[in-house]
Design a protein around this ligand. Structure first.
Ligand code: NAD
Length: 435
């Protein structure tokens, strides 16, 4: 990589970052980061700084398996940035976890925290393993040994993990306990996403869906559309999708279609969302067999005419092959990376407002921040207080991005990156580079 400064040639915007496939969510994120850097006219040094992680740790994790054999797993933690405060980001257990992916996800967290104005930098962790093949006791030993390897990295004022793919409240409780045993004091603020009885926050489970709905209502308001006059489509009916559907339903919106891995369920007169949530709870977390709707495919669902489309399942759902068929006025990205960079310009040309993931699904990290604050205060808030403060922070973040999008005549997504990068770069300039 060239270290020569050459602002007449913006090639340096193209170099850093992981080498990933063209339509991957991470490559899409890097493309958006480069675009925002150009708008902000970041100089090469600042660009390199913001594109490079602060710290990358790889550890070997030996675990005595239930059969007495030793197996060694590889674990990662990447701190992308800690300019705004301690770094924050999830920990995932999956067979395909690798350093490049963790690096990309860590930088994603930096921009997400900056967009909603929580005082955290970005981080991510992972262990390459197949959690489906591990017993609970093996999972516990793996988690504790990974935590032991990260004792110098984690800390309430340093780096704070949270749940991600295949990790949950129990895994967070083991991390908290292992860290606390070594520190010889109970240190609840070292992780978030804990069980409520162990210092978790009220409202954390619903926070992401609630945040999606807050920014959706703000967008509808800008368009002069009443929530109770809207038709809504939701892809994915897990944590984020079902809460988003329920809260839009409570606003009087007509939810005309939802889907999960079993397919799409459509009713032009509106679905009974509370009934579907109960159905899923009693049906192994699946909508399979739900009768009071017409069955459609996930592809058809995305192309339905509606006011709001909430993709809340997985990445790359709206891409260059189907973007021109989208007939929603607003897309609120509940999932991470559901719209590819290639689809962005098609949607923009067609006048679709996209509320980007780093804003739309940041309700989760915002309530994680509240959990950390409550743990440090030793004083716990009511759910009503959590929800009120979450709504306020999400609403403020939406208004900030909307203002930036108008100021530069750019999309909300571009505004999100411009806002976040500008915030980190401005803070860094004030702090200066320690030498
Ligand atoms: P989840 O596992 O609870 O639910 C996922 C849902 O998507 C399930 O209903 C599943 O059946 C469905 N699904 C899977 N593949 C599908 C497909 N091909 N078509 C249609 N539906 C499909 O997960 P979640 O926690 O709700 O997360 C959903 C997305 O939101 C992910 O991208 C996640 O990274 C992102 N996200 C979640 C949180 C959070 O707090 N849970 C926070 C930020 C971002």
């Amino acid at each position: 990589m060239s270290s020569k400064k050459d602002s007449s040639n913006s090639n340096f915007y193209k170099e850093p970052g992981p080498k990933l496939s063209a339509e991957s969510p991470f490559e899409s994120m890097m493309e958006r980061f480069r675009f925002a850097a150009e708008i902000l006219k970041l100089d090469e040094g600042m660009f390199q700084y913001l594109a490079s992680p602060v710290k990358q740790i790889i550890v070997s994790i030996p675990v005595v398996m239930d059969n007495g054999n030793i197996e060694v797993f590889e674990g990662y933690r990447v701190i992308h940035d800690n300019v705004l405060g301690p770094s924050k980001g999830g920990l995932r257990f999956a067979p395909d976890v690798n350093l490049e992916e963790v690096k990309a996800l860590a930088s994603w967290m930096t921009w997400k925290c900056a967009v909603v104005n929580v005082p955290f930098g970005g981080a991510k962790g992972g262990v390459r393993c197949n959690p489906k093949e591990l017993s609970m006791t093996e999972l516990e030993r793996l988690t504790r040994r990974y935590t032991a390897a990260m004792l110098e990295v984690f800390g309430p004022n340093k780096d704070i993990p949270a749940p991600d793919m295949n990790t949950n409240e129990q895994v967070m409780a083991w991390i908290m306990d292992t860290y606390s045993m070594n520190a010889q004091r109970t240190e609840t603020a070292v992780v978030t996403g804990k069980p409520i009885i162990l210092g978790g926050s009220q409202g954390r489970k619903e926070a992401t869906g609630r945040g999606v709905v807050t920014v959706t209502l703000a967008a509808l308001n800008k368009m002069g559309i009443m929530p109770n006059k809207t038709k809504v489509v939701v892809q994915g009916f897990g944590n984020v999708g079902s809460v988003s559907a329920q809260l839009m339903y409570e606003q009087g919106a007509k939810i005309i279609a939802v889907s999960d891995i079993s397919g799409g369920y459509y009713n032009e007169n509106g679905l009974d969302i509370p009934k579907m949530i109960t159905y899923v709870k009693n049906n192994n977390n699946s909508l399979e067999g739900f009768k009071e709707a017409e069955k459609i495919s996930n592809e058809q669902l995305l192309e339905l005419e509606c006011d709001v489309l909430i993709p809340a399942a997985k990445e790359d759902q709206i891409n260059r092959t189907n973007a021109h068929k989208i007939r929603a006025k607003i897309i609120a990205e509940g999932a991470n990376g559901p719209v590819t960079a290639n689809a962005d310009s098609i949607l923009e040309q067609n006048g679709v407002m996209v509320i980007p993931d780093i804003l739309a699904n940041a309700g989760g990290v915002t309530v994680s921040y509240f959990e950390w604050v409550q743990d440090r205060q030793g004083y716990f808030w009511t759910e009503e207080r959590v929800n009120r403060r979450l709504n306020r922070m999400m609403r403020n973040a939406f208004d900030n991005l909307y203002q930036v999008s108008e100021e530069y005549s750019i999309t909300l997504r571009q505004a999100a990156y411009v806002y976040a990068i500008n915030r980190v770069a401005t803070t860094l300039k004030l702090r200066g580079i320690y030498a």
